[in-house]
Ligand binder design. Structure first.
Ligand SMILES: Nc1ncnc2c1ncn2[C@@H]1O[C@H](COP(=O)(O)OP(=O)(O)O)[C@@H](O)[C@H]1O
Ligand SMILES: [Mg+2]
Length: 155
């Protein structure tokens, strides 16, 4: 049985969810965004802590429950900008025998802002927030054994 955990890395609006649909159409996708945006596509900050709690709970349940499956691909779709935010996800995946991949959106903040402005159906993330998050981003290090087994770059 092949077990893969894909952890996305990218600014808000860089194209993570689009890339997942294209590259891993059959994967189990876990995303705090699915909970923190309401049905009309408005970001609701009061949902944020529940969104993260439920996403972590679902990730652990999906990692631990792989009974009688041929193969399983789980995607954790969030910005995951820093090694500190990625570390627990990577450790959890390895603990349950998953190969751990980074899906790294190598998209500049300028292009991210353009994609954000053009998006429909969902509140755009303010440019000022993208600028701050761009300063926090630490690119994945393919040579660090504590990071990913494989880094998949996407543009
Ligand atoms: N490779 C791409 N080139 C141009 N626009 C893109 C690309 N990938 C995604 N987009 C557009 O950018 C916007 C944000 O994409 P999305 O996948 O929702 O980003 P994220 O999940 O990182 O927030 C959407 O409107 C999407 O259609
Ligand atoms: Mg998304």
């Amino acid at each position: 049985m092949t077990k893969s955990l894909i952890i996305t890395i990218g600014l808000p609006g860089s194209g993570k969810s689009t890339a997942i649909k294209k590259c891993f159409p059959k994967a189990v996708v876990i995303s705090p965004d699915h909970i923190s945006y309401d049905d009309d596509g408005h970001f609701d900050v009061t949902r944020l802590s529940r969104a993260w709690k439920e996403s972590y709970a679902r990730l652990f349940s999906e990692l631990s429950w792989t009974y009688d499956e041929q193969a399983k691909t789980i995607v954790f779709d969030a910005t995951n900008l820093t090694p500190v935010s990625r570390g627990p996800l990577i450790a959890a995946g390895r603990h349950f025998g998953f190969e751990v991949f980074a899906l790294h959106l190598k998209v500049s903040s300028e292009e991210t802002k353009r994609r954000n402005a053009a998006r429909s159906g969902k509140d755009p993330v303010p440019d000022s927030v993208i600028d701050i998050m761009a300063t926090q981003l630490v690119e994945p290090n393919a040579y660090d054994p504590n990071e990913f087994d494989t880094v998949i770059p996407v543009r």
